[in-house]
Design a protein around this ligand. Sequence first.
Ligand SMILES: Cc1cc2nc3c(=O)[nH]c(=O)nc-3n(C[C@H](O)[C@H](O)[C@H](O)COP(=O)(O)OP(=O)(O)OC[C@H]3O[C@@H](n4cnc5c(N)ncnc54)[C@H](O)[C@@H]3O)c2cc1C
Length: 392
Amino acid sequence: MKVFDRIRDSQQLRDDERMFVDVVRDLVRDKIAPRAEGYDRDEAFPWDNVRDMNALGLNAVFIPADYGGVELSYGCYLMLVEEISKGCASTGVIWATNFHGIKPVIDFGTDEQKRRFLPPIADGGLVSLAITEETGGSDATQMRTSFRPDGDEIVVNGTKIFITNGDVADLHLLFGKWKEIEDPRRAISAVVVEKGTPGLRVGRKEEKLGHRASSTVELVFEDCRVPRRNLIGAPGDGLSILFGALNTSRPSVAAQALGIARAAFDDGVAYINQRQAFGRRVIDFQGIQFMVADMAARLAMTEAWMFHVARLLESGVSDVAIEASILKLSASDLAMEIASNAVQLHGGYGYIKGVRVERLFRDAKLTQIWEGTNQIQRVHIGRAFVERKNGR
Ligand SMILES: Cc1cc2nc3c(=O)[nH]c(=O)nc-3n(C[C@H](O)[C@H](O)[C@H](O)COP(=O)(O)OP(=O)(O)OC[C@H]3O[C@@H](n4cnc5c(N)ncnc54)[C@H](O)[C@@H]3O)c2cc1C
């Protein structure tokens, strides 16, 4: 559809980026999308997709060239997340989680840390980002995982829950509290934990409503000794690292939601263009056209906002937290609404396994929950408009 193509064109990708997006789009059409139903049904990790994406060097697009990458623009990265998620939301989030987990190392790691950690990820390694605990999801400051310094090591104890890629990741970016710092907010720190470190084990694996091909697990740390040189930043830098990371991970989750939204929109519109009722195509009813118009309008505006946020970040603006929250909130609510409408437009068939909108409906829900629930996004956005008086 020309309207959506023009929004993408406004992003003005370089020629090499445009060609790469085309190559990834072909991979999604020929391999990733056809496999999605099977992976979802079997709740199986999509290793074939990961292998195919690694054969194209997809991880390298977010790793700086000095550390083995072939970095593309952030706007191009978001476009790729959207494309992959259109074909398979689980695969989209597995790949995006690599970015979410490694980006703080790129932004806050030392040169020595980047030399150790980035090249294997550029080559296709998997990453997890471990924040959530039973005591702290929306309020991450309630996490209890402890980091106790002991000479050249940090002794980690605690349990993380709901960790995407947790059982398959080569590196985990782990948040916990530095024992020697009393203030619970200032104690939050971040370390990289490598796969196979003694004292780290994978606990329960969750069965899920949607995103069934991505794995979501508990990570248990029992006197797990991590080299102190894996600490990112200084002890207590964790919260600012976390907030910095959200500026790029929230738009990334929004791109994933937009991939789901766009797939649902395309399927819904294609179906009503051929389905007949009362001697007419369903799309010929004005009540239905109004539904399509509302979805198209919000899709176009949200997609344009996504590229606005990308351009802000690319031009070096760093305080984009509110713009990123607006994007995450809008894209994920839209994904849920369009997926629900797409099921409705399919009538009874929309409720049946094997019809893609049924899966998209289940996949869409998560986008409103993770990376900060949509209530939390509203809290951040609303607060930004509260005028401060008397320094309060
Ligand atoms: C499939 C899946 C994958 C995930 N992957 C990861 C991952 O890779 N890494 C990771 O660290 N975490 C991950 N998470 C965790 C996810 O980020 C959290 O579930 C989410 O942040 C919500 O936290 P919670 O589940 O503790 O809910 P709670 O914080 O307990 O929230 C419960 C309800 O209260 C509402 N609420 C809370 N505070 C407020 C408030 N101030 N105002 C209004 N409403 C409020 C929430 O919006 C929600 O509706 C994943 C979760 C799932 C389900």
